[in-house]
Design a protein around this ligand. Structure first.
Ligand code: NCD
Ligand code: ZN
Length: 344
């Protein structure tokens, strides 16, 4: 058994940092592990302009502890009133890497998202022209559709046809949760990739109900059955450059999660790389972790690969029951338990 692994410092291609004191509390966890992260724009109000994104970036850098190095890669939140001109400004800034498409109502802070993607034609054409990636929350919001089928139905009804209309648009299907999602990304024509979270690689939907209702394991897209987890794991360890690391670490205060109507999102930033190592090691594919975590995403986004290295050791690391988050409390993934791997 391998007891340590050294890899090029990785990047997180899908991260929620929030803002203000919550951001200051969660940011060091990510910056200790990852050199860069694609920062999601679903704040309230959402990050819809280059100006707002650059101001948010400055706030993140100001909150970064001096001893840590980290580069936030910014995104814009797509709305039906977005303009092609804004895409040009974003591209010119060189600090905005992508545009995030939340179907309105699909997930946390998606109210301002898109009801009908056809209303975004001008923006999508501009993105195609500038090679600006579209990051997709791939779920339909139709309440008639079973919640466990929403990803697959989205691919059939919405994303498949969109790729035909915009064949040169770089697209990332974020946090893939199904076998169909993996198959879609694997076989899509053009520049299509997908991110995979650590929690979807490690858990199936039984975890949501193990011994009782587990609100801290509720996220969107929701965990799926074991056959889907197996397909995600196979994609992650396949070596295909179309799949890369995106934690979707999404902090919420304890009060928001432990509630009669608890919100979606799992916080994994405190142990993100360790959790991926656990999934890869269990699959006997630790040697594939580096490309997945450190190469494929950078290559897709046309950014240089990192140069520093980071070492993980197979030593259990206890996870605290909670972390402070501003005036609130944050319950992390594996709270009160441990991870199998630690940072050296
Ligand atoms: C995310 C959040 O809390 O912002 N929640 C989640 O369950 N993943 C939003 C998202 O990425 O869907
Ligand atoms: Zn997310």
């Amino acid at each position: 058994m391998t007891d340590s692994v050294t890899l090029t410092r990785p990047d997180d291609w899908h991260l929620h940092l929030r803002d203000g004191p919550a951001m200051a509390a969660v940011l060091p966890h990510t910056a200790r592990r990852f050199a860069r992260a694609i920062v999601m724009p679903n704040l309230r109000p959402p990050i819809v302009t280059t100006e707002l994104a650059l101001a948010y970036r400055r706030r993140i850098l100001a909150a970064l502890p001096l001893e840590l190095s980290f580069e936030p890669l910014m995104t814009l939140y797509l709305t039906e009133s977005a303009s092609a001109e804004e895409i040009r400004r974003a591209k010119e800034s060189k600090l905005i890497q992508a545009v995030k498409w939340y179907p309105a109502g699909a997930t946390t802070h998606s109210e301002a998202g898109v009801s009908d993607i056809h209303r975004c034609q001008g923006v999508l054409e501009a993105m195609e022209e500038h090679g600006m990636p579209l990051l997709v929350h791939g779920e339909v919001t139709d309440p008639e559709v079973d919640v466990f089928d929403r990803e697959q139905v989205f691919l059939d009804r919405v994303l498949g046809p969109l790729l035909i209309r915009y064949p040169r648009l770089p697209v990332v299907l974020e946090h893939i949760t199904t076998r169909e999602g993996v198959e879609f990304v694997r076989s899509a024509p053009g520049q299509v990739a997908g991110t995979l979270t650590a929690h979807h690689l490690l858990l199936n939907r039984n975890a949501l109900f193990a011994g009782g209702l587990r609100p801290h394991l509720y996220c969107l897209p929701v965990l799926k059955r074991e056959l889907h987890r197996q397909a995600l794991l196979e994609a992650a360890i396949s070596g295909s450059p179309r799949f890369f690391l995106g934690t979707d670490s999404a902090p919420h205060p304890r009060s928001g999660k432990e509630s009669a109507c608890g919100c979606a999102g799992i916080f994994t930033a405190h142990a993100a790389l360790e959790l991926y190592a656990e999934a890869f090691a269990e699959a006997g594919a630790l040697q594939r972790l580096e490309a997945f975590a450190s190469f494929h995403g950078a290559d897709f986004y046309g950014l240089p690969r990192n140069r520093e290295r980071i070492t993980l050791v197979r030593e259990p690391q206890p996870v605290p029951a909670a972390f402070p988050m501003g005036d609130e409390t944050l319950v992390p993934f594996r709270a009160g338990q441990s991870t199998a791997w630690s940072l050296a």
